[in-house]
Design a binder for this molecule. Structure first.
Ligand code: ZN
Length: 424
């Protein structure tokens, strides 16, 4: 707090508070200016990459099967992502938002550059303008209608306002748009703290409403039982998990509902998820956390329970000190633990710096190419998702394995980054 006291009377709290308010406002403005500068720089680099693909592709320029400009842009996105510690989708998104704001809503863009519009509000405008068709006059009308709100409103109010303005200006009917929006439906999983995760789904409104109504109805009927101590929110979560896993371990649903879930075939899907357990935790001697494949650490008790009775979990034992794999339990998995599976368990994810794609959805790549004397052994195999596999072979990105096993990536512009370390 010392820097405040030089400029204000330390004995007068009103002066101190007024000075603090001014500091916060100045910082907010500076943050918006800095964010706009970052967005602008990203957009400019991506445009440069498209114009000069040879810088990002090198010799590969001559044998890239797809459009070279597209591929150079992808390579540049990966370069920016590792430098800025952002995911590639965030970099791509910031570049696209900068382009959209600059070319389609120049008033909002200028105010963002000047620090008058905070980053969150500029993001709301950009997200929406990217969903508007490019018809004459539309962007201009949108820009004029939202710029004042973006300067003055809080982000949630602006979001409501912008949605209404979009609805008013959109040249297509809601029915036409809904037809396309449905194609974006999906389910995704996101890890959270303390052994929990978010399972989210983007659904057509009527499906989401019906699903929630069903969860409500079953939760209410279970809550009526005298011995039931779970809250309605807990019951809804347990029922959803039971229906989707089809195994009823959460104890959420009674016979009829569980039967319906099984009849739907959910329980018949042979999915195997690996649980990596330090050997002493399995014996109950230690409580060192285990690792659930594709998720991260889970507590030792949950790991013991899963590996003891659930056939859809494959148990991998690790050395208590070195963490190296001691044994892969073959009895619970149809395919023997071959090299591919071993590498999958070691890598867990695509080994490009910062990539989150699960190893099981990746290609297995030779770090040192077969043609260059590389062997097909665990030490020379690494998981790369299709996207990063192609970047390695078709642009100037390259990788080397260090003596300690870590993968070092060198970007087209010469930056060296460490690949993903394994989670256990
Ligand atoms: Zn990847």
């Amino acid at each position: 707090m010392k820097e405040l006291l030089t400029a204000a009377d330390p004995a007068d709290p009103e002066v101190r508070i007024e000075w603090g308010m001014a500091r916060a406002e100045v910082a907010r403005r500076a943050a918006a200016i800095a964010a706009a500068e970052q967005f602008a720089a990203i957009a400019e680099i991506l445009a440069e990459a498209r114009e000069h693909p040879e810088i990002f592709l090198g010799q590969a320029l001559h044998h890239v099967p797809t459009d070279a400009a597209d591929f150079a842009e992808r390579s540049a996105v990966a370069d920016l992502a590792v430098r800025l510690q952002l995911s590639e989708s965030v970099v791509r998104n910031q570049g696209a938002q900068a382009m959209a704001l600059r070319t389609r809503t120049p008033r909002v863009w200028q105010a963002f550059r000047d620090g008058e519009i905070p980053l969150a509000n500029a993001g709301v405008v950009a997200e929406v303008v990217l969903t508007l068709p490019q018809v004459p006059g539309l962007s201009e009308a949108f820009d004029a209608a939202v710029v004042d709100g973006a300067r003055r409103m809080t982000t949630p109010r602006l979001r409501e306002r912008v949605r209404v303005i979009r609805e008013r200006l959109h040249p297509e009917t809601l029915a036409e748009r809904n037809g396309r929006a449905r194609e974006q439906r999906r389910v995704w999983l996101e890890a959270d703290r303390d052994g929990m995760c978010w399972l989210s789904a983007l659904l057509p409104a009527e499906s989401g409403q019906r699903a929630m109504a069903r969860l409500d109805a079953v939760a209410l009927s279970l809550a009526a039982a005298p011995a039931e101590t779970r809250t309605l929110a807990q019951l809804r979560a347990d029922i959803a998990a039971d229906l989707l896993t089809g195994d009823g371990t959460g104890g959420g649903i009674g016979g009829a509902e569980a039967g319906a879930a099984r009849a739907a075939g959910a329980g018949a899907v042979g999915v195997t998820v690996a649980v990596t357990v330090p050997v002493l935790s399995l014996l109950g001697v230690s409580d060192a956390p285990a690792t659930l494949e594709g998720y991260g650490p889970i507590d030792a008790e949950t790991a013991r329970r899963l590996t003891a009775r659930a056939p859809s979990f494959q148990r991998i034992l690790t050395h208590p000190v070195t963490g190296t794999v001691l044994d892969i339990d073959r009895s619970s998995y149809r395919v023997p633990a071959d090299l591919k599976r071993w590498a999958e368990l070691r890598d867990q994810r695509c080994q490009f710096a910062g990539c989150g794609r699960r190893a099981r959805d990746c290609d297995l790549d030779h770090v040192t190419a077969w043609a260059d004397g590389g062997v097909t052994g665990i030490g020379n195999l690494v998981h790369l998702c299709r996207h990063h596999h192609r970047l390695k072979h078709e642009s100037r990105w390259s990788s080397q394995r260090a003596p300690d096993g870590a993968i070092h990536w060198t970007s087209p512009t010469g930056e060296v980054h460490l690949g993903n370390p394994p989670p256990f």
